[in-house]
Design a protein around this ligand. Structure first.
Ligand code: FES
Length: 64
């Protein structure tokens, strides 16, 4: 699923930087991916993807 249409960034690529680079917010995300600097419509959805990735991971860790 595309989160940022302007730069062609998917939810999977956002989740990957959250997991691999420890990204926890939009400012950090923008250091790794070009996103949000055209129309800005994707910022809220990108934030949601960051949040749900972190929640998914922490649930996984608690189970493990
Ligand atoms: S959709 Fe991300 S900047 Fe336009």
């Amino acid at each position: 699923m595309y989160v940022c249409m302007c730069f062609g960034i998917t939810d999977k690529s956002i989740a990957a930087v959250v997991r691999n680079q420890g990204v926890g917010n939009i400012r950090e995300l923008k250091e790794h991916l070009e996103l949000g600097s055209q129309c800005g419509k994707c910022i809220q959805m990108a934030q949601d993807v960051i949040d749900s990735t972190i929640i998914d991971d922490s649930m996984f860790k608690e189970v493990g």
